[in-house]
Design a binder for this molecule. Structure first.
Ligand SMILES: Cc1ncc(COP(=O)(O)O)c(C=O)c1O
Length: 380
């Protein structure tokens, strides 16, 4: 984060500020590490779909991972080739499926047998074939917040192994499905890499089951999920792409003709973005004083939605002595709180506050509750 650029901009707060040099460095590190093994990265558009950021992903040569027809349209409009697009989601509608088939995307990542049947029907009626990867629920615990855990039996995502008999029976009747690969995504903000090691073990077993049934996956898609260090956004080793890709190289049994794909979101964009806000009031409280900001859960919902931690900095304070503050927004909800008893220098009305590492799942989740609108972002 470049404080002086932000201080001097005089921009209307709250707004998102993106440091494109940080983004480029992160992308570069990911690309170098993935290239060591010829792995393919699809940027998970859902993490942040602002145009300048998406453009950097395109220039890096990454593909994209989409979860809606709108994201797919955006990707195509931005210049991604249809063959670079993976499309996941448990509730794809007919128009989304038709668009995906007509565009000839890399894969529709199919999340249920019910969806597979509909895709077969749609492809047949369009007189085409649909490229399909089956999203398997590997029942691997990502050991992250339960709202961003996606690879457990109890989660709605993917096809579980107890359904395989019916799956193979259905696949056998599909004449308009091109089986391309297997897809997995166990969750997000995973910092301890052990769950990815467990995922590799599961993939090794599961792909054997498919091969035994005559379905050879020409690619494996291991999803995203690599976490970032929200405590220390400026750490240079953050996130550890080397360890991440190295782990898959060590533990995943990839067949010589297979390609390995990843859908990284947060790890690529979290650290390049900050939410910049102004202190509206410093309100006296009984235990701690409140810093009431002009940004709230409408601009950044992660703390309210899943108790996410973001480092908070007063970037204009003059005092060096720290005090505990409850940092809150202006929205009429008690969950509209960015942090409790946050140690900050003595803070005053009108000073700028940066909520750090907000580049992923920040701006894209902003909403209009209380009829609020988001100010244009800054890219520097
Ligand atoms: C299917 C799928 N792939 C990739 C991602 C990206 O995850 P992350 O941002 O943790 O890398 C998500 C996030 O929810 C997802 O649902």
């Amino acid at each position: 984060m470049n404080r002086s650029i932000i201080q001097e901009s005089g921009k209307q707060t709250p707004y998102y500020a993106y440091d494109i040099s940080v983004l480029k460095q992160t992308i570069d590190r990911a690309r170098v590490e993935a290239n060591k093994y010829d792995y393919h990265i699809h940027y998970a558009l859902k993490a942040n779909s602002t145009e300048p950021i998406v453009r950097e992903m395109l220039h890096a040569g990454f593909g994209v991972d989409c979860v809606s027809g709108q994201e797919m349209e955006l990707a195509l409009a931005q210049g991604f080739k249809s063959t670079q697009i993976a499309f996941a989601g448990v509730g794809k509608t007919d128009w989304e499926i038709d668009n995906a088939i007509n565009s000839g995307i890399f894969t529709l990542n199919v999340e249920s047998i019910e969806e597979l049947i509909v895709i077969e029907e749609r492809a047949k009626s369009l007189g085409k074939h649909a490229n399909v990867a089956l999203r398997i629920n590997p029942d691997v615990n990502a050991r992250t917040h339960h709202y961003i855990t996606t690879g457990l039996e109890e989660n709605k995502f993917g096809i579980s192994s107890w359904m395989f008999d019916r799956l193979f029976e259905t696949l056998g009747k599909c004449n308009h499905i091109e089986f391309k690969g297997l897809h997995f995504h166990i969750g997000s903000q995973i910092r301890d890499l052990e769950p990815f090691r467990n995922l590799c073990t599961r993939i090794n077993h599961l792909q054997g089951v498919f091969i035994d049934h005559g379905y050879f996956p020409s690619h494996i898609n291991a999803g995203g999920g690599l976490g970032v260090d929200y405590d220390d956004p400026d750490s240079s080793s953050n996130p550890d792409f080397e360890a991440f890709f190295g782990l898959f190289d060590t533990y995943l049994d990839l067949h010589p003709s297979q390609t390995l794909h990843f859908e990284l979101g947060r790890s690529l964009v979290a650290n390049c973005g900050d939410l910049i806000s102004k202190i509206v009031f410093v309100k006296e409280g009984q235990k701690t004083n409140f810093l009431i900001l002009d940004a709230g859960m409408t601009e950044l919902i992660r703390p309210a939605l899943y108790q996410a931690f973001h480092k908070i900095e007063n970037i204009e304070a003059v005092s060096g002595v720290n005090y505990p503050y409850d940092v809150v927004g202006p929205i009429c909800e008690s969950s509209d709180c960015f942090g409790k008893a946050v140690m900050l220098p003595e803070s005053r009305r009108g000073e700028l506050v940066a909520i750090r590492s907000a580049g992923a799942y920040g701006e894209c989740m902003a909403n209009g509750y209380n009829m609020r609108t988001l100010n244009p972002s800054m890219f520097y």
